[in-house]
Design a protein around this ligand. Structure first.
Ligand code: S3P
Length: 443
């Protein structure tokens, strides 16, 4: 991290997030951690490819470390240091039976994508995770994987993890998914690598496309048409050199803080602006946010840019429809932006928020209300009447990293002190989050 800015406040190490004065603002440059979705996929495809895959700017967060540990347990050598992760791939047929359950921790991406791969293996496996992951819906992958012939079931027959997978021959299918979910799409595309014919997935709206981009890059045969994507079975995948772009979902907290804190001007370096992920930029600009993109570069279909964020006065907006999958993980921080923007913001078509690491509609509503915000939960979103001053509060994060980071930003704008419970859950996707905030904060 580099910066060029006036004096920096000292952050105490206790549980309280320090209350910064109303004169606090952000200045400087920040390199945000690597993209979580791309980091997971680089490990998975690296393991299924022949030869070495070298990954730079890999996200060393708990979720991606869960993916690494699952592949190590299946016989893949993975070397790791601060600079890079090297996967010694063994090809599509190189995984070996794990000697015990594969622990996906808190990571839905690990569990759902890995399930697709495991359905194609000649050994049986059991996937488990933490309490939050074991409450999340797995029927959305179990049903279509079974349509492919997979032998996968929920151990407790409740459509949740732990999942049990036995060896079975897979058939290519044409699946129309009821949800726009990259995890569902990717599970089927990865299972499709082991099927007896092409596998295609059609979504109601296009979800993040990192799996299809990365599969093509490794040598997979992918065809895309409208909202559909099709994979051919048994490609020969070759190891790659990958530099993971900065995660726009992690940049989002700094975009919000930079826009909301008067006097701020920050540069977020080398952030992914993949069009299936950049909804936050569109909405923030529609709210009146001053965000400029500089130094755009393209890397195997994954564009990146430096984002220059300048404090702005924000207004409420409407968020719904096909933009939702492109900002699904940013809705908690967008709700915080809406709470400090003038006027009403309506979020709709976001029922998926209810089945994330927490029920993010309920948790955001309860926590914003605890800070004095006029907010209402709806079945598929929230109505936020913003612009009134908020006050500090005790904020249960429910161990949901995106809730903790969203309220860390809210605390900078609220009067008084805010205590975020289980604030260390940011380790899931952004282990250096509080240091990064301290690094950019000035008063
Ligand atoms: C992800 C897809 C999204 C997102 C999650 C990561 C991925 O989930 O919310 O954080 O890497 O594929 P859904 O596929 O459930 O929408």
């Amino acid at each position: 991290m580099q910066s060029n800015k006036p004096s920096q406040p000292k952050y105490p190490s206790g549980v309280y997030l320090p209350h910064l004065t109303s004169k606090t603002f952000l200045r400087g440059e920040l390199v945000v951690p690597g993209d979580k979705s791309i980091s997971h996929r680089a490990v998975m495809l690296g393991a299924l490819a022949h030869g070495k895959t070298r990954i730079r700017h890999f996200l060393q967060g708990a979720d991606c470390l869960s993916t690494i540990s699952c592949f190590r347990r299946m016989g893949i050598r993975i070397d790791q240091n601060e600079e890079e992760v090297i996967i010694h791939g063994k090809g599509l047929h190189g995984l070996t039976a794990p000697d015990k359950a594969l622990d996906c921790g808190n990571s839905g991406t690990t569990m759902r994508l890995l399930s697709g791969i495991l359905c194609g293996q000649p050994f049986h496996s059991r996937l488990t995770g933490d309490a939050s992951l074991c409450r999340r819906p797995m029927g959305r992958i179990i049903t279509p994987l079974r349509m492919m012939g997979a032998d996968i079931e929920s151990e407790a027959q409740n459509q949740c993890a732990p999942l049990l997978i036995q060896s079975a021959p897979l058939h290519g299918i044409r699946y129309t998914s009821p949800v726009a979910s990259a995890q569902v799409k990717s599970a089927l595309l990865l299972a499709g690598l082991y099927a007896d014919g092409d596998t295609s997935v059609t979504e109601p709206y296009i979800s993040r496309d990192h799996t299809e981009l990365m599969l093509s890059r490794f040598g997979g045969i992918i065809r895309r048409s409208g909202n559909s994507v099709c994979v051919a079975p048994f490609p020969t995948l070759e190891g790659q050199e990958i530099t993971v772009p900065g995660d726009i979902s992690s940049a989002a907290y700094f975009i919000a803080a930079g826009l909301l804190l008067p006097g701020s001007r920050i540069v977020l370096k080398n952030v992914s602006i993949n069009p299936t992920r950049d909804g936050i930029l569109k909405v923030a600009k529609a709210m009146g946010g001053n965000i400029k993109t500089e130094n755009i570069s393209h890397n195997h279909g994954e564009p990146t840019a430096d984002l220059v964020v300048t404090a702005s006065s924000l207004e409420g907006t409407q968020i719904g429809g096909d933009i939702i999958p492109t900002l699904i993980d940013e809705l908690p921080i967008l709700a915080v932006m809406a709470a400090f923007a003038r006027g009403t913001t309506v979020i709709r078509d976001a029922t998926e928020l209810r089945v994330k690491e927490s029920d993010r509609i309920q948790v955001m509503t309860d926590n914003l209300r605890a800070m004095g915000c006029d907010v209402e939960a709806t079945s598929d979103g929230m109505i936020i009447r913003g612009g009134n001053p908020l006050h500090g509060a005790v904020i249960p994060s429910h161990k949901d990293h995106r809730i903790a980071m969203s309220f860390a930003v809210a605390s900078l704008l609220a009067d008084g002190e805010t205590q975020i419970l289980d604030k260390e859950c940011v380790d899931i996707s952004f282990p250096t989050f509080y240091q990064a905030l301290a690094h950019l904060s000035c008063s």
